[in-house]
Design a protein around this ligand. Structure first.
Ligand code: SF4
Length: 342
């Protein structure tokens, strides 16, 4: 069982203290006796404790930087939403395959942004530009936002903001079960709460530092009882010995433990495992003992953005994987909706 995240070290950027959330967090960590440091900007953080890259990487993942989101231009976030909404960056989890390892490079610490109102105002402008079309915002493109929200309650504010919005919708995904404070948020059915699920094998070997399967299922049931639209992202779908049975058990267990009313309209997003060459190098450096199979010869190359292609499963395996999982969803969640497979 993973305990709710608590940073070992917290940095504050100077302007953060001018915002109520910055002040609250400062008070909280002072009361807890957490080591606090100051930095003019997160970019200036150079002297994290640790004797080598391996140790520094682990310490960085339990370091929180409290600062401001300066860029209020949002990235697009296809296929699950129109835009990525940035409340935090980085994650305390240690999933071997996580793409944040590549995107965050040498700065894997967790940043939380205290100028939440400004971020929500920026979202409002995007909503207004598209009205009367619905605009969806994905809050988990750059972090696992639920994993730190018990400390900040930023997500809770956002859920309630979108709860009042006619044309804006929020969605996010998590591997953490720290959901209790979100259960009474006034979501008005406008936030889709998704959990990242996988076969036991994948969670056991490749997702250290995150909530275990039964904890995620338990959390999903609570979220369903709280009336949120529910979804599951099955990712990365990874072929391993006994994968058919592993994924079958996953759907069977999910279906057995969720309340019936939650199954109607539950969404599924299916993403097969992929890696890029730069990602492979970082994974092998950060998790040298990983069992994750990263053999280009056993994969199919797919051209990607910015010339960085990714390695996905060969066509035949991809088809088998897709058909198998679609069949399980049809069997265990006949009222469910598959949003995409990629
Ligand atoms: Fe990455 Fe998500 Fe795992 Fe965090 S929980 S390390 S964001 S895959």
């Amino acid at each position: 069982m993973v305990k709710p995240f608590m940073p070992q070290l917290v940095y504050f950027e100077p302007k953060a203290m001018e915002y109520p959330l910055g002040e609250q967090l400062f008070q909280k960590f002072t009361d807890l006796g957490t080591e606090i440091r100051y930095t003019t900007s997160h970019n200036q953080i150079r002297n994290l404790p640790g004797e080598n890259d391996f140790q520094r990487y682990r310490i960085a993942k339990s370091t929180l930087v409290v600062g401001l989101r300066k860029t209020l231009k949002f990235d697009t976030s296809k296929p699950s939403a129109e835009y990525a909404i940035p409340f935090a960056t980085g994650c305390m989890g240690h999933c071997h395959y996580c793409y944040l390892q590549t995107t965050m490079g040498s700065k894997p610490y967790i940043r939380t942004y205290v100028n939440v109102d400004e971020i929500l105002q920026a979202a409002q402008q995007y909503i207004d530009e598209r009205t009367p079309e619905i605009t969806r915002f994905e809050a988990s493109c750059t972090s696992d936002i639920v994993g730190i929200d018990h400390l900040t309650h930023t997500l809770k504010r956002a859920i309630e903001y979108f709860g009042q919005s006619d044309f804006g919708r929020l969605r996010f995904v998590t591997k953490f079960n720290t959901v209790d404070h979100l259960l009474d948020a006034k979501h008005n059915g406008r936030t889709r709460f998704r959990f990242s699920m996988n076969a036991e094998y994948v969670i056991k070997y490749f997702e250290p530092g995150t909530s275990r399967l039964h904890e995620r299922i338990e959390a999903a049931a609570k979220v369903a009882h709280a009336g949120y639209p529910l979804g599951f992202i099955i990712a990365p779908i990874y072929l391993h010995e006994g994968w058919q049975e592993g994924y079958r058990q996953l759907f069977e267990q999910l279906s057995a433990e969720l309340p019936d009313e939650a199954k109607n309209g539950v969404t599924f997003e299916l993403i097969q495992h992929r890696f890029t060459k730069p990602a492979k190098r970082v994974i092998q450096k950060n998790y040298p003992m990983t069992k994750l199979e990263l053999d280009e010869e056993r994969r199919r190359y797919k051209w990607g953005k910015y010339g960085i292609g990714k390695y996905i499963y060969p066509k035949e395996e991809e088809t088998e994987m897709k058909e198998t999982l679609f069949k399980y969803i049809e069997t265990y969640f006949p009222e469910g909706k598959i949003e995409y497979f990629t």
